[in-house]
Write a protein of this length. Structure first.
Length: 273
């Protein structure tokens, strides 16, 4: 297993529940192990990344696997074909993610440097594997044998297809939560994102550990702070548009985010997202 792909191995965050921090895109892959099968949360950015995650999974369990994609961004699903080649038949996502994953050809250019085969669509495990099981408005329970995973959608936020996966006191949040970096707003719905985070924070009686798509696992206080910070950024951007509609960039220095993320946020607000 390449040290460039994974950092220091699996970290247990709950009963039979583990997180693998990867070097590529700083992605957190998840693993929940039951007695009959195991669930993998997110598969990486291509065959190299995906194989490193699969090798790490197989160092923990030889059980049949089910895959969960938290949303339709390349670093979370481009490794699906590696898992399909290992025999995985069940791939889960939110129902709105199917269209984004099906249109994943448009995201291949993002991985040209770390995953040249994926970028060029050459090789056995570079096909786009679209989830064949979906979650809509209702929660879905995956039975793993002595363990279960609850899949649910609280609303739009980082994307329109953010799926959460909960096992006991741990919930894998995908990029709804970001730790160690500002949230990414390219496909986001900022106002709804705040509401979704507030809904997630209200589940504190059920969950103690929130695993972001990137960065260290966090507690409930981090969720609340992210929601309040985003709400403040939206207020600043809205006020800037009201006071100087022709030049809202003057608000960037007082935004609670770096300039790139601040511009993305304001752009999404201008588009009505």
């Amino acid at each position: 297993m390449s040290q460039a792909e994974t950092t220091d191995g699996w970290h247990q965050v709950g009963p039979q529940t583990y997180v693998l921090a990867t070097g590529t895109y700083l992605l957190n892959a998840g693993l929940i192990v039951g007695s009959a099968r195991a669930a993998v949360v997110d598969t990486g950015a291509g065959p190299r990344h995906g194989l490193a995650i699969l090798d790490a999974v197989r160092s923990m369990t030889q059980l049949p696997l089910v895959v969960i994609n938290t949303h339709a961004h390349f670093d979370h699903f481009f490794g699906n074909a590696v898992f399909a080649a290992d025999g995985v038949e069940e791939f889960w996502s939110h129902e709105a993610a199917v269209a984004g994953i099906s249109a994943g050809e448009s995201q291949r250019h993002f991985v040209a440097e770390p995953e040249p085969e994926m970028a060029a669509a050459t090789g056995k495990t570079t096909a786009l594997v679209v989830p064949n099981r979906t979650v809509g408005a209702d929660c879905v329970t995956l039975e793993l044998g002595d363990r279960s995973v609850e899949l649910f959608h609280l609303g739009r936020g980082h994307t329109d297809n953010d799926l959460l996966a909960a096992a006991g006191p741990v919930v894998f949040t995908g990029d709804l939560i970001e730790e160690g970096a500002d949230p990414a707003f390219e496909d986001a719905y900022p106002r709804e994102w705040v509401q979704t985070l507030e809904q997630l924070a209200r589940l504190q009686h059920r969950y103690d550990i929130f695993v972001p798509g990137h960065g260290r696992p966090v507690g409930i206080d981090h969720v609340r702070v992210q929601a309040s910070t985003m709400s403040r950024a939206i207020r600043i951007a809205t006020q800037a548009k009201r006071e100087a509609p022709a030049d809202t960039t003057k608000a960037i220095p007082i935004m609670p985010y770096a300039p790139v993320q601040a511009r993305e946020l304001m752009g999404r607000l201008r588009s009505g997202a």
